[in-house]
Design a protein around this ligand. Sequence first.
Ligand SMILES: *Cc1c(COP(=O)(O)O)cnc(C)c1O
Length: 391
Amino acid sequence: MSNATELIHSIPTDPLTGAISVPIYQTSTFVQEAPGVNKGYDYARTGNPTRFALETLIAKLECGHTGAAFSSGLAAIDAVLKLLKSGDEIVAVDDIYGGAFRLFTHVYEKFGIRVNYVDATDPINIFNALTPATRLIWIETPTNPTLKISDIKTIAAIAKAQSCWLCVDNTFASPALQKPILLGADIVVHSATKYLGGHSDLIAGLVVTKEKELGEKIKFIQNASGAILSAFDSWLVIRGIETLPLRIEKHCSNAQAVATFLQEHPAVDKVYYPGLSTHPNHDIAKKQASGFGGIVSFSLKEDTEDTAIAFVTATQYFKLAESLGGIKSLLCHPATMTHKSIPAEKRKSAGVANSLVRLSVGLEDAGDLIKDIEQAFEKINYKIFLLKNQI
Ligand SMILES: *Cc1c(COP(=O)(O)O)cnc(C)c1O
C-alpha cells in the first residue's frame, strides 16, 4: 500500500447517519417497496452493507476489481476451486498450507480435479508441470513454515502464456508488503484470520480478482455455496485493516531483530527468514515485496522433537498456539502440531526438521522477545541436562 492516509480514508463513512465507523448491519433481510424494488440489498447471504464495505476495501488494497468475504480462509480457497470443473488440473506449490492440501487432495480429487505439486521457487518446475488440462496455478509466497519465496511475476507470465489463472495466497505477506495482482496474478486469497484481522479474535477469508468477469463468477459461487462472512466479523476485519500498515511495519522490524539474534545463537542450526541475506530467495523477496513479514522459523543443533518441545514450553511471551499474525507473539512446533499428519520422511525432505520451531513475532518490545528466547534456551539446557542424567 503506497499510502496509509489513502487506506484509512478508503473506509467509507455511513451515508445515512455520518457514522465515522462502518455500521454493523445485523439483519438477515431488507424490506422491498415492490418485488425486486429495493435499496441494493435483498437478502444478507447475497449482500450485506458491512460485508460490502470490507469487500470494497480489500479489492482496493490488493489493486483488484472485485472482493468477496468468506467465513474462513479455507472457504475463500474453496470458492476459487469451484471455478474449476471435472478434468481440470492444478499446478500447486509443494509446501502449500496443510488445510489447502487437504481440500485439494481429499475433497476435490474425488470430483476429478488433479493436482500436481512442485517446488515453485524455480518457475521452470511450474512450466514443466503444465498440461493442456491445467486451468489454475496456485502459489503461496512466503510459504509455511520454511518461508520459501516464489517469483510471482515470472509465474504470472507462465500462467498467461498457458491461458490459465494464477492464484496467490497472500496471507503471510499481506497487501501491506506485496500486491500479487500488480505482478500479474489473476486471483489473490487471504486467511484474514491472520494479519488482516491482526488480533487473533476471528476466522475469515477473502478473495480478490483482477478482472470484473472472474469477480462475478466468485460472487455467484459465494451466494450459491453460502459460506459468507458475518456482518460483525466483517466489521472486525475492517477494524483490523485500519492499523495494518502500522502493525506490519513493527512485525517486520521485530522479526528481523529476532532472526538476527537467532542466527548468532550457538544452540540454533538454521534460521529461515527472507530478510536475512543468507536466505536462498532473499533477492527475489526484496524485489517483489516491500518487507519480509513477521514469521521466523529455526531449527536446533540438537535436532530432536523433545528439545523443540522443551523450548516451545519454556517461553513466556511467545505463547504456544497454532495460527499467526496477531499482536501477541505465538510459537508452534510444526512436526507435532501443524505438520503432524505428514509422514516424517516427507516432512524432512520439505525442510521441516524435527526441531523446527515457527515464531509468529508479535508487537511486543523486540528486546523483551529476545530476552524471552534467551531465557527459554537457558531453561532447556537445564532440562536436557536433567534428561541426560536421568534426574
Ligand atoms: C491459516 C491459513 C489458511 C486458512 O485460513 P483459515 O482462516 O484458517 O481457514 C490458508 N492459507 C494460509 C497461508 C494460512 O496461513
